[in-house]
Ligand binder design. Structure first.
Ligand code: HEM
Length: 149
């Protein structure tokens, strides 16, 4: 079985969930009416973070099982490092969101604004991780039929 094909299934989860979650968080912060957008954003954050860890795990599996392409090694190493940073930052944002949920509306607005800034930094790392992943496949043919020839 070509186990490296499991990784591309998982990578879309964090991208979709964490971007949508950020939009809800920003709306709740901006409008101040987070009755349903605030809890929705937290659930998207927690699920997206779990998705990022799943993508990381399946990425390590892909690294071990996909036919190796020497020209891709440098980008592969950067991709892996960026993935660890992405998961680390979103784990911190998720923990901060637990604290924010406990405080509810009584929580300080600056706390939710700081969460948004950290979330945005995580999204930057996530996009950089995904861009490096795309380069592995589309620039270096990693995991494609062309590299197995
Ligand atoms: C947050 C975690 C991660 C994200 C969001 C992510 C994202 C991506 C994306 C978007 C692609 C291109 C898929 C395609 O166009 O078909 C890719 C490919 C790849 N990634 Fe990751 N990745 C992550 C973690 C990792 C880790 C930790 C490794 C281990 C070094 C890894 C190894 C690979 C490999 C070998 C490929 C090319 C072969 C394949 O798709 O299975 N990834 N990644």
């Amino acid at each position: 079985m070509r186990l490296w094909l499991l990784h591309p299934i998982a990578v879309h989860l964090p991208v979709a969930l964490l971007l949508t979650g950020f939009a809800f968080h920003a709306r709740a912060l901006w409008k101040g009416d987070g009755e349903w957008t605030a809890p929705a954003s937290r659930w998207l954050l927690w699920l997206g973070t779990a998705g990022a860890w799943a993508a990381l795990g399946l990425g390590l599996l892909a690294e071990r099982t996909a036919p190796h392409v020497p020209s891709a090694w440098e980008v592969l190493g950067e991709h892996e490092t960026l993935a660890y940073w992405t998961c680390g930052v979103f784990s911190a944002v998720s923990a901060a969101a637990v604290w924010s949920a406990r405080k509810g509306e009584a929580g300080p607005r600056w706390g939710r604004a700081a969460l948004a800034v950290l979330w945005l930094a995580g999204l930057g790392l996530l996009v950089a991780t995904a861009e490096h992943g795309g380069r592995l496949v589309f620039d270096h043919n990693m995991g494609t039929a062309a590299s197995a020839e």
